[in-house]
Design a protein around this ligand. Structure first.
Ligand code: MN
Ligand code: MN
Length: 498
């Protein structure tokens, strides 16, 4: 588990707490104990809040230094905005703002006076849990410098009469899933590659998830010539990793992830700058892993399998080539053109494998797949393609709830026109890669879902960011974990609402 953020839980504020955090609504209302503290300071705390910029929007922090009449060296007041406007994700963002402030001022311990949440549209236990989730996500830092680690440890005393443990447990599980996904994306290909990938899945095994690794000989036996073709140019041959969380009976939900540990483009080699972030081309697989960890840590009553296509797209005398015709596991042949379109080759085999081995109730794949989705949607939305409207609606709603937002794009047989090959069943991509590649790729992949209810999430550009954001530092985002956890837990025990 992640280091425990809450060191202590008690019902009374210790008199000698050096750092105290209070919460208030933008209208100024705070709890009875916060009001008592304010009276002890002769009104200094609330007076300081009137100096805050803006209108006390959620996440606004006022830091009162050495308040008179108190032993504390600082009292921090975090505004939650207007009660009617607060959302679960707004609380996560407010918690992140608080963690960012504590780091900025160099405080590593604080007592959180969690009261006055009665006006909240969110249950008090959920509100506390969401605040703590935001603190954990903002606090995460990745480094590979064991001798000079810059880690901002936080240790909190939670002051509250009664705290519902269930949402706290869920928030900790989500944080662990997101941070594992981030770390996997952050790990360079020198450390995370097809040979070593499964070595990084210890937390999953620890949580009760079965981890099955299909090695290159297994892939040959199964006829997975598409993923094998992609990985053939690398000295580290592909693997398919199957994760099973047997949280309930019946056919599972299948999560499929693109796990290209490094994408040089193959013989259609990328330019240097295009290649810089390509250790993150396994961001889809990382999202599947993080989601399954978050579910297993909660002992979620749902059957879920994860299928990861793990490969490197490199250059050598054995690389697959433009003009090659590859027979996928499904038996369909694919005429290869741009070897940099390796993601859809990998997914062709793992989608077919997931669909035929598990007969899943639905398949959701996540892949850092196309530049075109980044060009079309920019940094705000990722692309969603779906064969079934209820699946799309559920995932779009979960995206809005968690801030991992998706825009639905067309999945239409008309795009198959671009995928005609004179000598094979399918062309690898359309004739003009600059022209609508994302929906063409989705049309290609649809053949390999084998008629199962299916959603394709094109998350290109969402896996790694180059500047700090409210919930995460620059680096791996763990994008997709919160989305999928929210959606799957919302389907209920046994996935009854799927
Ligand atoms: Mn590529
Ligand atoms: Mn790629």
């Amino acid at each position: 588990m992640t280091p425990s953020l809450i060191r202590d839980h008690r019902s009374d504020l210790p008199d000698d707490a050096p750092v105290v955090v209070l919460f208030r609504w933008s209208a100024g209302a705070s709890g009875a104990r916060a009001a008592a503290l304010d009276r002890q300071t002769g009104g200094a705390i609330l007076r300081a809040c009137t100096a805050a910029r803006g209108d006390g929007a959620a996440g606004t922090v006022v830091d009162v230094l050495a308040p008179p009449g108190l032993a504390a060296r600082r009292v921090i007041v975090l505004s939650l905005g207007a009660p009617e406007a607060l959302t679960a994700n707004g609380a996560v963002l407010a918690g992140a703002a608080l963690a960012g402030h504590l780091e900025h001022v160099g405080e590593t311990a604080a007592a959180l006076l969690a009261e006055a949440f009665d006006d909240s549209p969110i249950a008090p236990g959920d509100l506390v849990a969401n605040l703590l989730l935001g603190m954990r996500l903002r606090n995460y830092r990745f480094a590979m410098r064991p001798k000079a680690v810059l880690h901002h440890d936080l240790s909190l005393t939670l002051v509250a009469d009664a705290v519902d443990p269930a949402p706290l447990h869920r928030a900790a599980a989500i944080a662990e899933g997101v941070t594992l996904a981030r770390s996997l994306v952050n790990l360079p290909a020198s450390h995370l590659n097809p040979d070593t990938f499964a070595d990084h899945l210890g937390p999953l095994r620890d949580a009760g998830i079965a981890v099955e690794v299909l090695d290159p000989a297994d892939l040959e036996r199964l006829g997975m010539q598409a993923i094998l073709a992609v990985g053939n140019g690398s000295d580290r041959k592909p693997r398919v990793i199957v994760l099973t969380w047997a949280g309930g009976p019946g056919a599972p939900l299948a999560l499929v992830g693109k796990g290209v540990c490094f994408d040089a483009g193959g013989l259609a080699i990328k330019t240097g700058p295009q290649m810089f972030g390509m250790k993150g081309d396994m961001g889809g697989a990382a999202a599947v892993i993080g989601t399954m960890l978050a579910l297993a840590r909660q002992k979620a009553q749902v059957p879920v399998v994860g299928v990861l296509g793990v490969a490197e797209n490199m250059l050598s005398g054995a690389s697959y080539k433009p003009g090659d015709v590859v027979t996928t596991m499904s038996g369909r042949t694919v005429e290869v053109f741009d070897t940099d379109c390796e993601g859809r080759m990998v997914l062709a085999d793992v989608l077919h494998y997931a669909a035929t081995r598990f007969a899943p109730r639905a398949i959701v794949d996540l892949a850092t797949l196309t530049y075109s989705v980044m060009r079309g949607l920019g940094h705000v939305f990722a692309g969603l393609f779906a064969t079934h409207d209820p699946l799309a609606q559920g995932l779009l709603a979960a995206g809005e709830a968690t801030g991992e937002r998706f825009w639905r794009l067309p999945l239409d047989p008309a795009y198959d026109e671009s995928l005609r090959s004179a000598i094979a069943d399918l062309r690898q991509h359309g004739r003009d890669l600059e022209d609508g590649d994302a929906p063409v790729a989705a049309a290609f992949l649809r053949h390999f879902a084998e008629g199962r209810p299916w959603v394709h999430l094109d998350i290109a550009g969402k896996e790694l960011i180059d500047a700090d954001r409210p919930l995460a530092r620059a680096g791996g985002q763990g994008f997709g974990v919160r989305l999928l956890e929210e959606w799957i837990t919302g389907l209920g025990p046994g996935l009854t609402r799927l």
